[in-house]
Ligand binder design. Structure first.
Ligand SMILES: [Zn+2]
Length: 291
């Protein structure tokens, strides 16, 4: 017997933008992603609200700060065992590079937005394909690159915790792929969507945001939007449009409005110039002849 709860981390006061998830069992609780250190108190309040006791494990879909920034604090404060993909592990053990690249984007507001980043102890390294036995549940790690080269999804029965590779979807909007730098790879992303579709899940949990039960329609619409992102970003870059112009085209094509909750370069559940920067890097790195 287990229960799953979506925990709203309310990053800088925004509801329905960033979530962690908890699986409660009689043997203890498992967190899937934990959010940044700046929202740690909100995480604790949410865990208390759903009465999640005896937190034992933290499964990280990837190491971006909105998903994993608090992992160091949680590993020291609560002694959690933290699971992460091999290609993200060294940046959690020594967050120097993670901090440097976040500082490039967020500058002086880095700590205000994300809080502190501490090294993670108690790391368990995964490659995808592992079947973990945690709190008497079998949870499979699925290697799902595309959004990040070290991205994992986690499957328990017919439930998948999909991180960011299954897109950002809030309420009735269609899912859109978040494409920030540095390691967007559209070929890998398509392969990961095919892998997730093949797992025949009935329920998806997304960090942005929450539970969705129309899984095949979800992936269909996500794939459509991924191809729109590919076409629009390539055409825009070829025409030498600015990142803001291309981002506006992407929002138009996907029906997303610009969010007024812009947070120092981080736009929850919207599309910004940073998504264009991630796509531009992809085209330059893998298909420079097209530019
Ligand atoms: Zn994210």
């Amino acid at each position: 017997m287990f229960e799953i709860h979506t925990l709203d981390l309310k990053l800088r006061g925004s509801s329905n933008a960033l979530a962690a998830h908890v699986i409660k069992t009689e043997q203890g609780s498992i967190l899937v992603d934990c959010g940044p250190e700046s929202t740690l108190q909100n995480l604790y309040a949410e865990l208390e609200r759903v009465d999640a006791q005896n937190l034992k494990y933290l499964l990280l879909t990837h190491i971006h700060l909105d998903h994993a920034g608090a992992a160091g604090r949680l590993s020291t404060d609560l002694g959690l065992t933290v699971f992460v993909h091999a290609r993200g592990a060294k940046h959690l053990q020594d967050p120097t590079r993670l901090l440097a690249s976040a500082k490039q984007i967020f500058g002086d507001r880095m700590t205000e937005i994300w809080g502190n980043i501490e090294p993670v102890s108690n790391l368990e390294v995964l490659n995808g394909g592992e079947k973990l036995e945690l709190c008497a549940l079998e949870i499979e790690a699925l290697y799902t690159p595309g959004h990040a080269v070290h991205h994992l999804a986690f499957q328990q029965g017919d439930i998948v915790f999909a991180g960011d590779v299954a897109g950002v979807r809030v309420g009735n909007q269609a899912p859109v792929p978040p494409t920030p730098p540095p390691d967007i790879n559209l070929e890998h992303w398509r392969t990961s969507i095919e892998l997730l579709k093949s797992r025949a899940a009935k329920t998806l949990y997304l960090a942005h945001f929450g539970r969705f039960d129309d899984v095949s329609e979800h992936f269909e619409r996500l794939s459509e939007n991924l191809e729109r992102f590919a076409q629009i970003s390539l055409a825009g870059l070829q025409a030498e449009e600015t990142a803001d112009e291309i981002a506006a085209r992407l929002r138009n094509a996907t029906g997303l409005q610009a969010s007024d909750e812009f947070v120092g370069g981080y736009v929850p559940a919207s599309i910004s110039a940073s998504d264009v920067a991630g796509l531009e890097r992809y085209w330059q790195k893998f298909h420079p002849e097209l530019l």
